[in-house]
Design a protein around this ligand. Structure first.
Ligand code: C2O
Ligand code: CU
Ligand code: CU
Length: 484
């Protein structure tokens, strides 16, 4: 663990070394597919207006702009987004700086993230840095609400390994609504361990934020929740309706996030090709694994390689969700690649120190009951529900009496999933390594091992455990705890 998450106590020289190497990473390979690239008609997204799509009638995938989160100001505000990317005026959504999804932040480990949020909404909001190991004052806790017209600085050092994290609002009872209306963005951490693998970059590394959505008659994003939660009727990828991505015959790296309120996606490729899973919430796995079908619940991330190498110009491959029967994203082969990176050998991947069940000194049980309680408790912003000593390895057991899926998310540190019994009764390859969100389905018991290392924060530090089905979270399926 200590190799995985860099403590604030590392020597000054090491910090400098990391920062310098990091700067190189940001300047070079740090660039990923972006709208700027797409606008030039590259493979990253296709031109607005749908040109260059070959025979496809689908809309060019919007690729969020990339920004460094260093001294960056972001305003949460209403705006317009053209879900068809056809140059239209757009319809009403909530945006970060006019963008939906918000900008993709890219920063190297060892550097300091400094983002100022201004609240341009007519209700309170916060930014939570989902997956980032940060101190309580910048965790976006609902009790740290930023009121309309006010601003807050979220400054923290990036002390963890490369991964795709994300940011979204976390205000009391309003998270589902604000995320649904468009407030979310990706946050990629880079490091040398990742860079050493020589993975696809530039236009061949593409963030994919999957979600469902509901539109009103005017085509504006709409949020309607019932007791059982939100169910959108239309899939969006990066906010785009019926998207397509023009690709060449190379290997691509997809940084995928399920940003839906409640929906679990069970994904396949229409040509039967596998996804090569190389990472998840907490960064790289120990080896690449090929899977034909992959499940991703709200809040989870996947780092996937897909090879279009065997295809011809004009071929298309659809990313499909088996649960809803939706076509999520079409890959449209428009060019032959002159060269391509290959899937790195297993031996090139980092090793991950495994926690051992027998080393756990404490067992805690959490039952996710109904749609709004954990262990019989509804969320109370003022109440601390349990206390966890720093540097203590604990086994946490999640159970449910029904109303699943409950994607169980913990703030403050990643964890390792050790078992699932009942229900699907197995762990999946994409649940290896480090996780911060795990899918607890009906009938299942999941055990994780978790340890809050001493990161030099201001203790006691307050964090949350909650169901990432956002309507459950907002209804109260969430607890505060303190790391002491
Ligand atoms: Cu992404 Cu506390 O959540
Ligand atoms: Cu989180
Ligand atoms: Cu739930």
């Amino acid at each position: 663990m200590s190799e995985e998450i860099r403590k604030k106590t590392i020597g000054r020289r090491e910090v400098l070394k990391t920062a310098m190497a990091s700067a190189a990473v940001v300047a070079g390979a740090g660039s990923i597919a972006s709208s700027a690239y797409a606008a030039k008609g590259g493979n990253g997204g296709g031109k607005p207006g749908g040109g260059g799509g070959g025979t496809s009638t689908r809309n060019p995938l919007y690729i969020p702009e990339i920004h460094s989160p260093v001294d960056y100001s972001i305003t949460a505000e209403p705006g317009l987004f053209d879900h068809t990317q056809s140059g239209g005026p757009g319809t009403e959504v909530l945006t970060y700086n006019g963008l939906m999804p918000g900008p993709t932040f890219v920063l190297s480990r060892g550097l300091e993230s400094r983002v100022r949020l201004t609240n341009g909404l007519d209700e309170e909001t916060t930014i939570h840095w989902h997956g980032m190991v940060v101190d309580t004052p910048v965790d976006g806790h609902p009790s740290d609400a930023v009121h309309p017209g006010q601003a807050k600085d979220y400054n923290f050092p990036v002390i963890q390994r490369a991964a795709m994290n994300w940011y979204h609002p976390h205000p009391h009872t309003l998270t589902g609504k604000q995320v649904n209306l468009g407030l979310a963005g990706g946050y990629l951490i880079r490091d040398l361990e990742e860079e050493a693998l020589g993975l696809p970059t530039g236009s061949h590394e593409v963030p994919l934020i999957l979600r469902d959505a509901l539109f009103d008659r005017g085509g504006n994003l709409n949020f309607k929740t019932s007791k059982s939660g939100f169910k959108g009727t239309t899939p969006l990828v990066n906010g785009t309706l019926e998207p397509r991505l023009d690709v060449d015959t190379a290997l691509y790296r997809f940084r995928m996030l399920n940003g839906a309120n409640a929906r679990v996606f069970k994904l396949v490729l229409s040509n039967g090709a596998p996804f090569t899973v190389i990472g998840n919430d907490g960064g790289l796995l120990e080896a690449p694994v090929d899977v034909a079908e992959i499940t991703i619940s709200g809040g989870e991330r996947l780092d996937l390689l897909v090879d279009f190498g065997g295809l011809k110009i004009g071929d298309t491959v659809m990313l499909q969700d088996l649960t809803s029967g939706w076509d999520m994203l079409e890959f449209n082969v428009t060019a032959l690649a002159s060269s391509s990176t290959t899937v790195p050998a297993a031996s090139a991947f980092p090793t991950i120190d495994k926690y051992l069940v027998e080393d756990a000194v404490m067992v805690r049980e959490f039952s996710f009951d109904g749609m709004n309680r954990i262990n019989g408790l509804e969320y109370d912003m003022q109440r601390i529900d349990f206390r966890v000593p720093r540097n203590q390895l604990e086994l946490w057991r999640f159970t449910t009496g029904g109303n699943a899926p409950h994607p169980v998310h913990v703030h403050g540190t990643p964890y390792q999933v050790v078992s699932r019994s009942g229900g699907r009764n197995q762990l999946f390859p994409w649940e290896a390594g480090w996780k911060d969100t795990v899918l607890l389905d009906d009938g299942e018991t999941i055990e994780i091992l978790i340890k809050f290392e001493d990161f030099g924060f201001n203790y006691p530090a307050e964090y949350l455990i909650h169901c990432h089905k956002l309507s459950h979270e907002d209804a109260g399926m969430m607890l505060n705890f303190e790391v002491t």
